[in-house]
Design a binder for this molecule. Structure first.
Ligand code: PEP
Ligand code: MN
Length: 356
């Protein structure tokens, strides 16, 4: 059970009292100059927490994997110069030890790590006794139980400054985004865990800088507590996630275009959106039942006609055609062929029973 979480405003990271709060900085800490330059630029935009990955989980072993511990003093220097709080990603107990030793202000657990309960447990143990704020990114797959499990492991060692970052989910569905948002998942997580601060990372959802702003706006409209946005002074030359990072000028435009809300309305907006989704589902379910009932009535009429003219109830050819057409129409609407086939077989069965 994740209970007794401390509210975001008591974490000592954000003091403006406005929502969404903003974390920004480059994907990775590439050099001391790069870190300091980016920190100065985002701090000038009012960003309160600076991010930069010291250890980078990369798909290929030949890609830039971060400077590791060597990068931590750069973050400490960025804090001293700008006054921002600083955070990085931890993916092992060794990372946690180094971060605690360097005195960073917060950490996040990356999507690939959340997927692994052994690692999350080791990280939690390493954090035991500290009161470091931890933001847990969603696992790569839509397995919400893993996300909740990670939070529970952290809560069980006594951590109370816990939040989550929604960075989208890997999916085979065609999409212009790198990771699909499936907004209902973080919204329902927020519902399930009282007081859980929920951040959105539009950069990793987008995967392309041209979509970052639209996703940030959606998150803000839904009522997310915060945003984590990747920002680099020269994105196309970045050593990781080059295509999704935005420049400080673009970040400035994005932040100015967001309507920051006061703290009090945030939960209301998230709740209102969820209520709206559910009301729409309820209406659609009622329509579905009406349509099915109507379909059965017509089936019955057909049954009477067949009886009158001594035709057999089941007409395989007609049924094959009907199923084929349903699967094709369903596919055009993005519905899974197997699902449509199973659904129509059930309907057909019920229809036949009405005609006896
Ligand atoms: C990151 O924030 O740079 C990162 C690696 O994120 P994720 O775990 O969401 O891929
Ligand atoms: Mn990144």
């Amino acid at each position: 059970m994740v209970s007794t979480l401390l509210p975001l405003e008591t974490w000592g990271l954000f003091s403006s009292g406005k929502r969404p709060v903003v974390i920004s900085g480059p994907c990775s800490a590439e050099s001391r100059e790069g870190v300091l330059g980016a920190a100065r630029a985002v701090s000038a935009l009012g960003v309160e927490v600076f991010r930069a990955g010291a250890w980078k989980p990369r798909t290929s072993p030949h890609s830039f994997a971060g400077f590791g511990e060597e990068a931590l003093p750069w973050l400490v220097e960025a804090r001293a110069e700008t006054g921002m709080k600083v955070m990085t990603e931890v993916a092992s107990p060794l990372h946690v030890e180094a971060v605690l030793k360097a005195g960073l202000d917060a950490v996040w657990i990356g999507a690939r790590t959340t997927t692994n309960p052994f690692l999350v447990q080791e990280i939690a143990e390493a954090l035991r006794g500290s009161d470091l704020p931890v933001l847990v990114k969603n696992p790569m797959s839509q397995e919400v139980a893993l996300w909740i499990g990670a939070l529970e492991r952290l809560a069980d060692v006594g951590l109370k400054k816990l939040g989550v970052i929604h960075r989208g989910f890997t999916s085979c569905e065609p999409s212009r985004y790198r990771n699909l948002p499936y907004w209902q998942i973080p919204i329902s997580l927020k519902q399930q865990i009282a007081g859980l601060p929920v951040f959105c990372d539009p950069s990793h959802i987008a995967g392309d800088r041209s979509y970052v702003s639209e996703i940030a706006h959606q998150a803000s409209d839904i009522g997310f507590d915060g945003l984590m946005i990747e920002c680099h002074q020269n994105p196309s030359a970045a050593l990781s996630d080059a295509s999704q990072q935005i420049t400080p000028a673009e970040l400035g435009r994005l932040l100015r275009s967001l309507e920051h809300r006061s703290v009090s309305v945030e939960d209301g907006q998230m709740q209102a959106l969820l209520d709206d989704y559910r009301a729409r589902i309820d209406r659609l379910d009622a329509d579905l039942l009406q349509t099915l009932a109507h379909r059965m009535e017509i089936s019955e009429q057909i049954g009477l006609l067949k009886k009158e003219h001594q035709l057999s109830v089941v007409q395989p050819q007609r049924w094959e055609k009907l199923e084929e057409r349903a699967v094709k129409n369903g596919a055009d609407l993005g519905l899974d062929a197997d699902f449509v086939r199973r659904l129509f077989r059930l309907i057909h069965q019920a229809s036949i029973e009405r005609q006896f």
